[in-house]
Design a protein around this ligand. Structure first.
Ligand code: NAI
Length: 542
């Protein structure tokens, strides 16, 4: 609580970081001029949490729940995080996917109060000035989007702001990154979404998206301004269109502390699932062969991280990449194909073209198949049957989102493999009972990786985020899956324990950051204690 220049009681109630609402004690009410401004009954934080639980549970509609939570965040930040952290598995789908998608689509219609910063391209040349309007002087974590590829929903312009806001809530709720250091940002470069441009309630710039040199210069100016104002800040790029996401990451990854969760976090969580699965099969990563259905950004990102991790086991990187075969709309990616993009070529196989996925399975005999095609049901009975014939424990990962796009369901994978599949999916599936056996399918949710990465970077003031840090994170996720989890087929830690899981992952990443000399704080004797000491706790200050 502040010292001599204390805000008035009335101000306290309107400052979300300081507000305790009905939990202000009688002594505080008396000392700070709050008497008469609150109903007389003093409640505990626990009772306040219970009140919000009951209010939210009574609502039928997830968007309404989202709005109740966002109003709470504006009013009382501690209580907001106490609610989220009391039941993360239930609240994550409200403050983040899938509900946040609907919130972004309706952003202008449900708008109540601004949060974060909107940086329009029309203010080029003045970004530093705009950024200095932010009230905090020490910003450590920025999640920024240009709103062009919001989840699977496409171009939502400045309505994409819901994503940085929601994602930063998870950095805090799932890994303890203190909220006062976090800043959500939209780079508003226009929108090509005509429905938004025609909507009187749309809040962004009413113009087509800026492209090319002008776009890059704007992003450059943004990065330079952040560097000058907040030299310890990590920038996380979020939901940019692929053709911008990849070059932006390449442009800054070796210059500043930065990462792209869609690319790197996704690969990390898939690798975590594989490490988890290998605990069931008892094999090494370098013994595996993967066949991807899909050869887009998700497939190549995951394939590259797996290859790097295989190389860490002593394998030659080129050989490792060949163990990750890709199959797209035109068949298996083979070296003789003339339509391959540069980022696909390292994974091209020697050998004849193959036009059906099941034939590719038969020919390459993969130990695992990973679906990132956006096309549902392509892991059919024939494919899974073939995988189950070739492998004792076939790895089957249909990662396409949402559920309606999944390459197969959990039940199909277990049923068609006689219960032998090692399964995880992009979207959640409920537990499955087959012939008296109980299976708990895991979800390859990026939330296992990015909040922990954020916490490690925050606590160590890391200079860079490297690929190796995602491999460390993946291993640290997998090592937390218990034997009990594995016995039911679950290869990711349960989401209900996400804070503890993330703190453990953060500790591992932080230890690596210190080892590599990438930290900007002195290495403590006890890295675990450092992470835990820096982690935010949703309790009222005295
Ligand atoms: P993309 O559009 O870049 O790539 C799709 C690929 O699938 C292309 O190579 C295309 O040729 C191929 N494809 C399309 N139809 C096909 C067909 N009938 N047969 C064979 N191949 C076909 O998409 P991106 O960004 O790579 O994402 C793919 C999917 O992965 C999405 O559904 C996304 O939601 C999911 N994903 C899941 C994540 C997770 O669960 N953590 C993270 C990232 C992506």
């Amino acid at each position: 609580m502040p010292g001599s220049t204390h805000p008035t009681g009335y101000d306290l109630l309107r400052n979300p970081r300081l507000n305790k609402g009905t939990a202000f004690t009688e002594a505080e009410r008396c000392a700070w001029g709050l008497e008469g401004l609150l109903p007389p009954a003093v409640t505990t934080l626990a009772l306040q949490v219970a009140r919000r639980h009951a209010e939210i549970a009574a609502l039928q509609d997830d968007l309404q729940k989202y709005l109740v939570l966002s109003d709470l965040q504006m009013r009382n930040e501690t209580l907001y995080y106490a609610v989220l952290m009391s039941d993360p598995a239930s609240y994550m789908p409200i403050v983040y996917t899938p509900t946040v998608g609907e919130a972004c689509q309706k952003f202008g219609h449900i708008f109540r109060a601004p949060r974060g910063m909107y940086l329009p391209v029309s203010t080029r040349g003045r970004l530093k000035q705009l950024l200095s309007n932010w009230p905090e002087s020490d910003v450590r974590f920025i999640v920024v989007t240009d709103g062009e590829r919001i989840l699977g929903l496409g171009d939502l312009g400045s309505g994409g702001m819901g994503i940085p806001i929601g994602k930063l809530s998870l950095y805090t709720a799932c890994a303890g990154v203190p909220p006062q250091y976090c800043l959500p940002i939209v780079l508003d470069v226009g929108t090509n979404n005509q429905a938004l441009l025609d909507d009187p309630l749309y809040q962004g710039l009413r113009q087509q998206r800026v492209r090319g040199e002008e776009y890059l210069a704007f992003v450059d100016e943004f990065v330079a301004a952040v560097e000058q104002l907040y030299p310890k800040c990590c920038i996380q790029w979020e939901d940019f269109a692929n053709f911008n996401a990849v070059p932006i990451l390449a442009r800054y990854r070796d210059k500043i502390c930065t990462f792209n969760d869609d690319i790197q976090g996704t690969a990390g969580v898939a690798l975590a699932g594989i490490y988890g699965g290998l605990r069931i099969t008892g094999q090494k990563l370098s013994e595996q062969r993967f066949l991807f259905l899909g050869a887009g950004s998700a497939a190549t990102g995951i394939a590259e991280l797996i290859s790097l991790a295989m190389a860490q086991e002593g394998m030659n990187l080129t050989a490792a990449r060949r163990r990750n075969a890709l199959f797209d709309i035109n068949g298996l990616l083979v070296a003789s194909r003339t339509d391959l993009a540069g980022f696909q070529k390292p994974f091209a196989q020697e050998g004849p073209p193959i036009s059906t996925f099941v034939e590719a399975v038969e020919a390459l005999k993969p130990t695992g198949i990973i679906g990132v095609s956006t096309v549902p049901k392509l892991f059919n009975r024939e494919v899974i049957g073939a995988m189950a014939r070739i492998n004792n424990r076939p790895i089957i990962f249909p990662y396409s989102n949402p559920t309606s796009r999944s390459e197969c369901s959990a039940e199909e994978a277990y049923r068609w493999s006689d219960g032998r599949a090692v399964f995880a999916s992009g979207s959640p599936f409920p537990p499955v009972e087959i012939a008296g056996r109980h299976f708990v399918p895991g979800q390859g949710n990026n939330v296992y990786i990015f909040p922990a990465m954020g916490m490690a970077v925050f606590a160590t003031e890391a200079k860079r985020v490297t690929e190796e840090m995602f491999i460390i994170a993946a291993r640290a996720v997998a090592e937390q899956v218990t034997e009990e989890n594995l016995a039911t087929g679950l290869i990711y830690p349960p989401q209900g324990h996400i804070l503890n899981a993330s703190l453990h992952v953060a500790e591992r990443i932080a230890a690596y950051i210190f080892e590599q000399g990438l930290a900007r704080v002195a290495r403590p004797d006890d890295v675990r204690a450092l992470i835990r000491a820096r982690a935010y706790r949703p309790v009222y200050s005295e």
